[in-house]
Write a protein that binds this ligand. Structure first.
Ligand code: SF4
Length: 359
């Protein structure tokens, strides 16, 4: 019998042949059977009823748990969001969210890291630093856990939970390929969005890959100095470098991106900021999503009033900027941008940037 120490922590992300190998299965087709059960969200070998009883018992003894576990589910609020706390193998916790929009589309918002090294000053996760990257299987499992509380198939994924996905690009792209496989969820790549604060090497790497996912870039301000103060990532890759990378990203595969403009009262909502934004986007094929900042304890910002937002949008109208105005979902359960606090972990940043016009 195989030693437990040689076993992976999770069976997710493994193909049927690899399952045969790691579980020392006596028949090859058992690998495909287990693969199918995992896709259905069945973690327990006891429940894999098409396996022989003695094999189920052997596997249960070998590997009692094939996945991470849910430690908390916050029920759906009026916006249609359900937040889940997931305990990982080492006891750390991440959160993921199921969102249901007004068109009835079900979207999984997934985390890619425990914590984050990017330090964006408007984000709670930015205050905790990076604890570690998530593995491919830990990313996949968030989706599986959310499926169990969803009344419909989850057709969209946004990598906008805790962490910077492009700082963990290998695990993120592997998980995307898994979700896209016809024998798993067959999710359209066009329904998958990666959010980034502007990690230029990651954007260039993504451009090289044949993965036509959408990119949501957190811009916050087009003023270079101000952006460096608000988002430390800008000190490594400034707004010029970011723009060049995005133009390349779009040219290489016609891949779409949006700018996310987190509105911070009295900080990036005046006419000067509007002018800089208009000038920055004028030669780009991009939509700017305006997202009012969600209050998060201990951070030095406030949410703009409706009047302040109206004033800013009237500047943008005047300058012919292509924008949308968004409402954050999940505010009532602390599951909106910058609010996904995980008590055991301190915090989780989450940005909802569903493209309302896109199926
Ligand atoms: S906004 Fe995103 S990239 Fe920035 S600190 Fe928060 S989780 Fe990290």
């Amino acid at each position: 019998m195989q030693q437990k120490t040689n076993l992976p922590l999770s069976l997710y992300g493994l193909d049927p042949d690899t399952l045969v190998e790691v579980l020392a299965l006596p028949k090859r087709f058992y690998g495909k059977q287990i693969f199918n059960w995992l896709v259905k969200g069945v973690f327990s070998f006891d429940q894999m009823t098409d396996l022989p009883k003695n094999e189920r018992e052997r596997l249960s003894a070998l590997m009692p748990s094939a996945a991470s576990s849910t430690i908390q589910t916050t029920e759906t609020d009026e916006s249609g969001a359900t937040k889940m706390g997931i305990q990982l193998y080492d006891g750390k916790v991440v959160e993921c969210v199921l969102l249901v929009d007004k068109k009835g589309r079900h979207t999984a918002c997934l985390s890619s890291q425990v914590g984050c090294a990017m330090g964006c000053t408007f984000c709670r996760t930015g205050t905790m630093g990076l604890l570690r990257n998530l593995s491919t299987e830990e990313i996949i499992e968030q989706y599986i856990h959310l499926l169990k509380v969803s009344d419909e198939p989850i057709t969209h994924i946004v990598y906008m939970g805790m962490g910077e996905p492009l700082a963990n690009i290998s695990a993120v792209t592997r998980s995307i390929r898994y979700f896209h496989q016809t024998d798993t969820f067959n999710l359209s790549l066009r329904r998958i969005t990666i959010s980034t604060c502007g990690v230029v090497p990651g954007i260039l790497k993504l451009a090289e890959q044949k993965l036509p996912v959408k990119l949501a870039v957190s811009l916050v301000t087009a003023d270079n100095l101000q952006r460096s103060r608000i988002m430390p990532v800008n000190r490594s890759w400034d707004t010029n470098a970011l723009k060049k990378a995005l133009i390349h990203f779009q040219r290489v595969g016609g891949k779409r991106f949006t700018f996310e403009y987190c509105m911070l009262s009295g900080t990036n909502t005046d006419e000067v900021n509007a002018k800089k934004l208009a000038s920055y986007v004028k030669d780009l094929d991009v939509v700017v999503n305006l997202i009012p900042w969600n209050p998060a304890e201990g951070l030095p910002y406030t949410t703009p009033t409706e009047e302040e937002i109206d004033r800013f949008t009237s500047y943008l109208d005047h300058m012919h900027v292509n924008y949308t105005r968004r409402r954050s979902r999940g505010r009532e359960i602390n599951g909106a941008c910058g609010q996904l606090a995980v008590p055991l972990n301190k915090g989780l940043e989450y940005e909802l940037m569903l493209d309302e016009q896109d199926d």
